[in-house]
Design a protein around this ligand. Structure first.
Ligand SMILES: CC(C)(COP(=O)(O)OP(=O)(O)OC[C@H]1O[C@@H](n2cnc3c(N)ncnc32)[C@H](O)[C@@H]1OP(=O)(O)O)[C@@H](O)C(=O)NCCC(=O)NCCS
Length: 200
């Protein structure tokens, strides 16, 4: 059995004020991944504007961090009228971290967030040749029913329960605590130059 997340990895929601990290992550995507993420080729300029506008009140973005750097993200954004219960989801994982189970974990967290917000239909723009994304979605066909011709997933259990809400709260508090520990340990870690100076 492989590790649930690659070594040093952490998944947590992005905070308001992390638009720059999100932008840097999206700009680091290789050409194919960028094309798949945005369902077509887009310029750096487009990506910068997109990241700036991403942190609206109707968006939940989960990030995958390795040693404090954002290496993957899953965006869930409600669309249409509130009663439509529709949302759009999109995933981006930098190439060295693809095919290590990160997308699966991000999709699980996104489905939990969708359920707790009463969202029933999740649209994903997925290019026809993006097999990995299609495989990923198929893995969750117990929770989602997908129609790949229009790429709409229907969440099987849209109603939030006390347990599903508790799972999200626990994941958030764990992500927050781990992020704080990560910041502290990086602040306490002596700089390389300081090491040499101390030993010299
Ligand atoms: C698509 C994407 C989100 C998938 O995430 P990932 O972390 O690479 O996927 P996972 O490792 O969780 O694998 C999910 C499933 O895809 C399949 N898969 C994994 N690697 C694959 C590969 N190289 N080719 C085909 N299928 C593959 C497997 O069925 C796997 O499940 P399993 O390992 O339990 O059998 C990620 O690769 C990515 O960000 N790609 C670039 C952007 C993109 O395509 N976004 C999607 C459109 S919004």
């Amino acid at each position: 059995m492989r590790d649930p997340l690659p070594r040093g990895g952490l998944i947590r929601k992005l905070w308001v004020g992390e638009a720059d990290s999100y932008c840097d992550h999206l700009l680091r995507l290789d050409a194919d991944s960028r094309r798949n993420r945005f369902a077509g080729a887009v310029s750096d300029e487009f990506v910068r504007h997109f990241a700036e506008l991403s942190f609206g009140i109707d968006a939940v973005i989960h990030g995958f961090f390795v040693d404090g750097t954002l290496r993957g993200a899953a965006e869930l954004r409600s669309i249409g009228a509130p009663l439509d219960r529709q949302a759009e989801a999109a995933f981006s994982i930098e190439k060295p971290w693809q095919s290590h189970g990160v997308g699966s974990m991000l999709l699980e967290r996104t489905l939990l967030a969708a359920r707790n917000r009463g969202l029933e239909f999740i649209h994903m723009a997925c290019l026809a040749d993006n097999e990995r994304m299609q495989q990923l979605a198929r893995k969750y066909d117990a929770e989602l029913s997908f129609d790949f011709s229009s790429i709409v997933g229907e969440v099987a259990a849209p109603r939030p329960t006390a347990l599903s809400l508790m799972r999200e709260i626990l994941a958030d508090s764990h992500g927050f605590a781990t992020a704080m520990l990560d910041v502290q340990s990086r602040l306490l870690r002596p700089a390389r130059g300081a090491d040499h100076a101390a030993s010299g």
